[in-house]
Every structure is written in structure tokens, then in C-alpha cells.
Design a protein. Structure first.
Length: 299
């Protein structure tokens, strides 16, 4: 069953918590749930982090379920055994809330959360390092699979898996337990054609982020050596349906339909809420996705 979700970073950013700090948590949940009508919402720093039942209750009060949440791995600097120990609290939250995927991104050396480092200065792995990383990630994914949770790796700007070549390399370096969180915006910003990249890996996609980009802003980020967070504040990202957006989501949803995709489609589009009203943009994004999903027969 296809369900539609959102992420609270449209209202209150996680990487820079000053962005949207004035927006009350109750407003975020009321707009996402009762006003806009999303089925669920992903993790954010405003939610209870250590009490899975408190999280479930908070979201249920607003007609929402917990979709899943970002988990930062440190596999490049620690053992799989240590990673398994570290994930236990997050895993308990996922299982208690009936989540099917664990959203994972390697963050031991990422630059995307540092406002002073250009996104162009991100870390890169050699082919040998990617192979080693892939082997450890697959072992970690196999553990999660044994717990009933699918690992969905989030390729992301400013990290070791950003470009389409790196997405391909990660998929080649991992096995059947490692799946992909396909993010249309990060794929495009990272230099890829989202239709081509999704077309190569649709069989391993376990989660889908419907993020759009504003091409002129993304180009500025590259040319001017801006950080990821500077790009966010400048308006690099937006929602499906925005006329300023680059990405046509219809062919992407068609690929998901052909693949028999059965999971969440999530609008994860961080913007400056003082400039771009989250209620208006998220409403536009959800209406666009639902219309396109009907047109291609996904729902």
C-alpha cells in the first residue's frame, strides 16, 4: 500500500535547529496531519527520542503515524558490532511504531551539517574503501533484516555517497539486505538524471523521498562554493509541483508503479519557513504527488 508522508524539516530544520525554531511543535503536527492530510511523518528533533510510546501517542493525537527516521552510521570509523550496539535505541523506536525501514546514512565524515564547509569539499572514498564500506554496511543490514527492518541507504549531498557513480558503486558493493532510499532531489543535485538512476536500481528501492530542486540555486552552490546549509537557506530545495522546480515526478512514479513499489512516498524538502510557508508548499507537494500517482496508476 502506498502511503504519503512528510518530514518536519520543512518547518524545523534538524541540521541547523535555528531554522524554524520559532514554529511551535503543535503547529507542525496540526498542519502536517489534520490540515494537509499526510498519513505519517518522519523523525525530527522535536519528537520524543527515547520513549517510543510517547512518540506514537504524540503523532496519533494528530492523525499521523511514525514513518521512520534518519540514523547516522559511523561504519568508516567503528566496527559493525559497535554499530549494532549503538542502533538499539533507534531500533526499538522503529519496531514499537511498526516501521518497515531504517533510513541510514554514513555520517562519520560528512560535511552537510557544517555551515562553514563547502558541499564541494565533501569526503570521497576510493574504490577499495567503498568495497570495504559496502561489506560492513551489508553486514549491518543483515542484522537489521533479522530484526524485521529493511536498511534503506540515503544517498545525500555532502557525504561519501552523493553522485550517481557512487550510488552505483554502493549498490554493487552491497548485497541483498542493503536497499536504497531514492531521493530525487539529492540525485539531481548530485549530478544524476533521476529517471536513469532510479531505472537502474528500482528493484532495491525501499523508501522514496520526493524532494525537488531549484536548478539555478544548486548551480550557485557549486560555483560559489557554498555549504549545504547555505544552499538550503538560498532555496536549493522545494516540493513537487512548484513551478520553480526542476524535476518531473510523473516518470519516477511510473517506474515505481512498474516495479510494484509498496511503501512510503515522503516529501522531504527543507526550505526557510520564513520565506516559504510550509503549510502552502507541503499542501502543493502532496496534492501534486497524489494526482500524479493516480494518473500513472500507482494508487
Amino acid at each position: 500500500m502506498i502511503r504519503f508522508g512528510t518530514n518536519p524539516i520543512a518547518w524545523a530544520n534538524d541540521d541547523d535547529q535555528s531554522i524554524g525554531a520559532d514554529i511551535p511543535t503543535a503547529r507542525i503536527l496540526d498542519e502536517a496531519g489534520r490540515q494537509i492530510g499526510f498519513d505519517g511523518i518522519e523523525n525530527g528533533h522535536r519528537w520524543p527520542q527515547d520513549d517510543p510510546e510517547a512518540l506514537r501517542t504524540l503523532l496519533a493525537d494528530h492523525g499521523l503515524v511514525f514513518v521512520s527516521g534518519w540514523y547516522s552510521t559511523n561504519l568508516l570509523v567503528q566496527s559493525v558490532e559497535d554499530e549494532i550496539k549503538a542502533v538499539q535505541g533507534h531500533l526499538a523506536k522503529l519496531k514499537h511504531n511498526g516501521c518497515r525501514v531504517c533510513i541510514v546514512c554514513e555520517c562519520s565524515n560528512t560535511v552537510h551539517g557544517n555551515p562553514d564547509v563547502p558541499v564541494n569539499a565533501r569526503p570521497r572514498l576510493t574504490p577499495a574503501e567503498m568495497a570495504d564500506f559496502g561489506a560492513k554496511l551489508e553486514e549491518f543490514a543483515a542484522y537489521l533484516a533479522g530484526e524485521g527492518i529493511t536498511l534503506a541507504y540515503h544517498h545525500h549531498m555532502g557525504t561519501v555517497v552523493e553522485s550517481p557513480d557512487e550510488i552505483d558503486a554502493l549498490m554493487a558493493a552491497t548485497g541483498p539486505h542493503t536497499h536504497l532510499l531514492f531521493d530525487a532531489g539529492h540525485c539531481t543535485f548530485g549530478g544524476g538524471d533521476p529517471v536513469e538512476v532510479l531505472g537502474r536500481h528500482f528493484g532495491r528501492v525501499a523508501h522514496f523521498h520526493a524532494k525537488n530542486i531549484r536548478r539555478p540555486v544548486c548551480d550557485r552552490v557549486r560555483v560559489e562554493g557554498m555549504s549545504f546549509l547555505q544552499g538550503v537557506l538560498a532555496g536549493a530545495f522545494t516540493v513537487p509541483g512548484d513551478q520553480e522546480g526542476e524535476i518531473d515526478f510523473a516518470p519516477l512514479l511510473e517506474i515505481l508503479k512498474g516495479a510494484g513499489y509498496d511503501g512510503w512516498i515522503v516529501i522531504e524538502a527543507e526550505q526557510d519557513p520564513k520565506i516559504r510557508n510550509p503549510l502552502l508548499y507541503q499542501t502543493l507537494g502532496l496534492a501534486t504527488l497524489k494526482r500524479l500517482a493516480r494518473e500513472v496508476g500507482l494508487v
